[in-house]
Design a binder for this molecule. Structure first.
Ligand SMILES: NC(=O)C1=CN([C@@H]2O[C@H](COP(=O)(O)OP(=O)(O)OC[C@H]3O[C@@H](n4cnc5c(N)ncnc54)[C@H](OP(=O)(O)O)[C@@H]3O)[C@@H](O)[C@H]2O)C=CC1
Ligand SMILES: O=C(O)C(=O)Cc1ccc(O)cc1
Length: 449
């Protein structure tokens, strides 16, 4: 433990540098400077005049470029696009102050660490971080991974911990290899599922919340819509970077596409028994040891609908049972890959916890899985949508496997455009939903895992 006096001394004498003043860079710049640290930031040199004006009254300083940040900062954090990390570290890394600590915020650590090892002077320490949440989520209590990769002095690690403590996040100490495997299991596959739902809806040109109480109605459906739109309201490069640059993520996303295809084929072939046996095995593997309360419940989520309809408006129509292929496929994927998702809870994002919560609800609510399998086999209402979903899951998997950033961007932005008019409202409702879920699941999460 470092004494308060030492921390005060560090705050008075040391500088934190942030290269990349986008969403996450700005979050850190505000948090650190509010906590009394001296912070120097930059974004692209072309933006300097605008940024200087925009942040004239901020507590942090804006300078022209990464060279100027690097030569003055004792801890330098690269908060830039994952696909550009090598190029940007190559550019500014050699300007790092002698003995500086260097880290980054990119979501996959292998390319970041490689860039640091290749381009930083040998006297630099490498201690990198990853906040496992988006820029608008309260940092308090969320997981923050800290990777102490190369440090000459124990003090460097204490220093980074002192800086990060103002986020009040739950610090998790891992190697970069552990980090990348876990985030492939959690983040990458979660995004693949919700990206596939969104592109399937965009392809059939359906805003699912507009179909009255017949289809996609109720708590689980609200989660699918809200999270999918939340992802599409973000920047494509965040999702592309974390999936494409992480080799472990390719396998996970491919398995998700394969599970979706195979389960859908069993539905088409009317193989109810085979489908049931496969899903029961998956349930036993993933949820077999589950005890206590569920992470989420359907009624909690009922009110977060974008739909203006209520069941009373349309008393004659009954919601059609969904096959929930997207949720069946994730549990099957975990089973096929031998992944216990609860083991990753310490290092999970809000979206992953919600995805696990709704899957848990589907598999553990008495009778619901059986009812879902029945609908999947006998009810054709979601067949066309499921087909589009399978195609989309396979498309995303191919794009990621071929590491095609351009196609990723094109596909992402086409869907984004389709949902554009709804994104602001969806985000408001989605934020409320996430807040409720997170506060509801806090005790369950910390108590159980
Ligand atoms: N958004 C999220 O939810 C999270 C993101 N991350 C990771 O954090 C990193 C940053 O993400 P985020 O803040 O969302 O992305 P942003 O696009 O908002 O921020 C990145 C910023 O870096 C700037 N930049 C590009 N090149 C340079 C350069 N040479 N010098 C200085 N600045 C430069 C970009 O400018 P320009 O736009 O012009 O290229 C942009 O403003 C990514 O690696 C992402 O994966 C991690 C956790 C959560
Ligand atoms: O919670 C999620 O999965 C998000 O979508 C936000 C996010 C994006 C990238 C990260 O590296 C961490 C969190």
């Amino acid at each position: 433990m470092v004494s308060i006096e030492i921390v005060q001394q560090w705050k008075a004498t040391k500088y934190i540098g942030i290269i990349g003043l986008g969403d996450m860079g700005l979050l850190y710049a505000n948090k650190f400077s509010d906590a009394g640290w001296k912070v120097i930031c930059c974004d692209r040199e072309d933006f300097y005049e605008d940024l200087k004006e925009k942040y004239a009254s901020a507590k942090f300083e804006v300078v022209q470029n990464g060279h100027l940040v690097s030569r003055r900062s004792d801890y330098i954090i690269y908060s830039v696009e994952a696909s550009n990390i090598n190029k940007i570290v190559e550019m500014y890394g050699p300007s790092s102050k002698i003995g500086a600590i260097v880290g980054g915020q990119t979501s996959c650590k292998l390319p970041e660490i490689k860039a640091f090892e290749q381009h930083l002077p040998k006297d630099c320490n490498i201690i990198t971080v990853h906040s496992l949440h988006g820029p608008k989520v309260n940092t308090e209590g969320q997981p923050l991974v800290i990777i102490n990769h190369r440090s000459q002095h124990p003090e460097s690690f204490d220093f980074v911990n002192s800086v990060m403590s103002c986020l009040k996040s739950k610090r998790v100490y891992l190697t970069y290899e552990e980090h990348d495997i876990i985030t492939a299991d959690t983040q990458a596959v979660t995004h693949a599922a919700f990206l596939s739902m969104g592109s399937a809806w965009a392809k059939v040109k359906v805003y699912p919340w507009t179909l009255g109480v017949n289809k996609w109605y109720g708590g689980l459906e609200n989660v699918k819509v809200n999270i999918s739109l939340r992802i599409y309201s973000n920047k494509w490069h965040v999702y592309a970077g974390l999936a494409i640059t992480n080799p472990s993520a390719h396998q996970q996303i491919l398995q998700y596409a394969t599970s979706s295809t195979e389960l859908f084929t069993l539905m088409l072939d009317n193989k109810k028994q085979e489908l049931t046996e496969r899903l029961l095995q998956a349930r036993k593997f993933v949820f077999g040891k589950h005890t206590g309360l569920l992470l989420l419940d359907d009624t909690l989520l009922e009110k977060y609908s974008l739909s203006k309809n209520t069941v009373n408006d349309d008393a004659d129509s009954k919601p059609l049972p969904n096959s929930h292929l997207s949720l069946l496929a994730i549990v099957d994927s975990w089973y096929q890959l031998g992944i216990n998702p609860y083991e990753h809870m310490i290092c999970s994002t809000p979206l992953f916890r919600i995805f696990l919560g709704v899957s848990e609800y589907l598999f553990l609510t008495p009778g619901l899985l059986e009812q879902t399998i029945d609908a999947a086999i006998h009810d054709q209402s979601f067949r066309k949508d499921d087909l589009e979903f399978v195609i989309s899951a396979r498309e995303w998997s191919s794009i990621v496997s071929f590491s095609n950033f351009e196609l990723y961007k094109k596909q992402f932005q086409a869907v984004q455009e389709f949902f554009e008019p709804m994104l602001p409202e969806a985000n408001l409702i989605g934020n409320e939903m996430i807040k409720t879920i997170l506060s509801h699941s806090k005790e369950t999460l910390t108590g159980k895992y």
